[in-house]
Write a protein that binds this ligand. Structure first.
Ligand code: ZN
Length: 120
């Protein structure tokens, strides 16, 4: 599942260096949906309400959000979100990278990472 999620065509999100963070869910059928970033400071954080998630709950494999200005490292809030939802894969998408995080043996781990082809 990790390799399949990593291999999704994240380039198609078209993450630019401008603007607010974007966010959404990764579904078990290996597609993503984009949801509304409900953070009060969306330029540098993201929030997704339970109401937005509930229609997808049974199909949920992970959560993604963007870091438009990079890096793909976890913020403190991101780290805590990974720990709070250890059953999910957490993807951070920058204009140049996708990086997956999860919890293994109680520890937040960088599961995998790849560069995005931004030449198009
Ligand atoms: Zn973040």
């Amino acid at each position: 599942m990790i390799e399949q999620i990593l291999g999704l065509p994240w380039e198609l999100l078209g993450v630019s260096f401008e603007g607010d963070e974007r966010c959404g869910l990764i579904l078990k059928e290996l597609k993503w949906v984009e949801l509304v970033n409900e953070s009060s400071a969306p330029y540098s954080s993201f929030a997704i309400s339970e109401a937005q998630v509930s229609p997808y709950k049974a199909a949920l494999a992970g959560i993604w959000h963007t870091h438009p200005r990079g890096p793909a490292n976890l913020s403190i809030e991101d780290y805590n979100a990974v720990l709070d939802l250890p059953e999910l894969i957490h993807a951070i998408i920058t204009p140049r990278h996708v990086c997956l995080y999860g919890v293994i043996d109680g520890q937040v781990m960088n599961l995998s990472r790849r560069s995005l082809d931004v030449t198009r």
